[in-house]
Design a protein around this ligand. Structure first.
Ligand SMILES: N[C@@H](CCC(=O)N[C@@H](CS)C(=O)NCC(=O)O)C(=O)O
Length: 304
């Protein structure tokens, strides 16, 4: 099996989710550092224009969005499971909670409270984070702190039982979803110690989560990752349900885009479609054929 290659940057909270997945699985993986802002030519050559962080590459298979990436890693290396008590649907459903209700106030505070964020990152995110009004960022910070604490309090409540983790005896994907905005806030937000002070169970659990680690990481550069994509052939396996609600057929030219922020359109031919996964085939000049995969949840796919 080809190695997991994660395209990411170390400060990325969404990438921290996947680094923790590798930690739970004690998996070997290769790290490619990508720029924090556009342009990202080596990344978009693989994805066809998708720019978000992180992206997982396995040979000539490219996986976009943490919902898709986590499930692919789970499918390829099922033990130990990301769903230790088997509550997979519930854990995956929580993605939308932590990616939005929990992440967004943390992102506002990371941008608005932290004087160390480089000016070019702020400029890039003004175009990108459509959920934030940068012209009113300073006034929005008290509301962001209050909303963030409301979510931390839910975690404090969820940790009230005897179990050390949200989903039982071992850390799982539910913990990763609850933890990544905590990790982001602790890393970037000067008022974090005050915001977390009332929540002892969350602080103790976060300390346990910080011990999960990142598995067995080695660093490679983008040129090596592109060479892997060039040398490998993408899988031809795929199925498009004949009676899918969208009326799409296999081999048809389609456009895929996220339904929230960063809605860059990615073009290709449809290889696979079901209610959890969209996969397209792309031909990239200089690299050859690639399969690019997205979760169905949070994405739109339509005839080109
Ligand atoms: N829904 C995406 C969101 C990813 C996301 O927003 N990542 C941030 C970084 S933590 C990002 O892409 N920022 C802009 C960039 O890296 O160019 C996922 O789950 O992977």
């Amino acid at each position: 099996m080809s190695t997991f290659i994660l395209h990411h940057f170390d400060a990325s909270p969404f990438a921290e989710k996947i680094r923790l997945v590798f930690g739970i699985k004690a998996a070997p993986w290769q790290s490619v550092q990508i720029p924090m802002i556009m342009p990202k030519p080596n990344l978009t050559a693989l994805t066809g224009g998708y720019r978000k962080t992180p992206v997982l590459q396995i040979g000539a298979e490219i996986y976009c969005d943490t919902l898709c990436i986590a499930q692919e890693i789970e499918a390829r290396q099922p033990v130990p499971s990301l769903f230790p008590t088997g509550r997979r649907g519930l854990a995956l459903a929580l993605s939308r909670w932590s990616d939005k209700a929990f992440f967004e106030p943390g992102a506002a505070l990371s941008m608005g409270e932290n004087p160390q964020v480089p000016g070019e990152v702020i400029e890039d995110r003004k175009q990108f984070f459509n959920f934030m009004d940068f012209s009113k960022l300073a006034e929005s910070l008290p509301q962001a702190r209050w909303q963030l604490q409301a979510q931390i309090e839910l975690l404090e409540d969820a940790l009230a039982g005897d179990d050390p983790y949200l989903d039982g005896e071992r850390p799982g994907y539910t913990d990763i979803l609850g933890y990544f905005p905590v990790w982001m806030t602790n890393a970037n937000v000067p008022s974090a110690p005050r915001l977390f002070e009332p929540y002892a169970r969350v602080r103790e659990w976060a300390a346990r989560m910080s011990e999960v680690g990142h598995g067995d990481r080695s660093d490679i550069d983008a040129a090596e990752a592109l060479a892997v994509a060039r040398e490998c052939d993408p899988s031809d396996e795929g199925k498009v349900d004949a009676d899918n609600e969208l009326g799409l057929t296999q081999g048809e030219s389609v456009i895929v885009c996220a339904d929230d922020y960063g809605q860059d359109a990615i073009a290709g031919t449809l290889l696979h479609l079901d209610t959890q996964r969209i996969s397209i085939r792309r031909e990239e000049g200089g690299i050859g054929p690639l399969n690019v995969h997205f979760p169905a949840i949070g994405f739109r796919v339509a005839a080109a």
